[in-house]
Design a protein around this ligand. Structure first.
Ligand code: ZN
Length: 171
């Protein structure tokens, strides 16, 4: 397994739309394994979408580590088929926007259809943190970042903060 480099804003690849997977082959399984390796290496990440590591394909890995136990879920070609009318506000962060957090409003509950890496289809109602996380990750597959929901000014501040931190790290 390989730990992949996580792209940060303003990398243009984070703004592109990812393509669907149509072959559930060994290459896909290797990419999924590398994505988990990369997610766990961050220490604090709970979800990763393939475009965040420069792979423009519709793959998401999530591990909320429920009660401290690893609980990975792999989403291939995930699609939201229903959004609840109820909304909730949660603080979000993103591995591609290090050290920046903001409150974002989203539908509380979503029905999601997806495939696992073997090509087996699932359809479930997701709520709580898992609902927020999958909405955030599917946004990545469509080139949308959580800061895109903020005002222009706040978005600018977020980008500047990330750039400033990068300069510090590179010194
Ligand atoms: Zn993210």
């Amino acid at each position: 397994m390989t730990t992949l480099e996580i792209l940060t804003i303003p990398d243009p690849r984070l703004k592109r739309k990812s393509i669907e997977i149509n072959s559930f082959d060994d290459q896909l399984k290797k990419t999924v394994a590398d994505m988990y390796e990369t997610l766990y290496a961050t220490g604090n990440g709970i979800g990763l979408a393939a475009p965040q590591v420069g792979i423009l394909k519709r793959i998401v890995v999530i591990d909320l580590k429920v009660d401290g136990n690893s609980s990975p879920i792999t989403f291939i070609n995930p699609k939201i088929v229903r959004f609840s009318e109820n909304k909730s506000v949660n603080e979000e962060g993103c591995l591609s926007i290090p050290d920046y957090y903001s409150e974002i409003e989203r539908p509380q509950e979503v029905d999601v259809e997806w495939y696992d890496e073997e090509g087996k289809k699932s359809n479930k109602t997701l709520n709580g943190l898992l609902s927020i996380c999958i909405q955030h990750e599917i946004d990545h597959l469509n080139g949308i970042l959580f800061i895109d929901y903020l005002s222009k000014l706040k978005r600018k501040l977020a980008i500047e903060k990330v750039k400033k931190n990068q300069l510090k790290h590179n010194k």
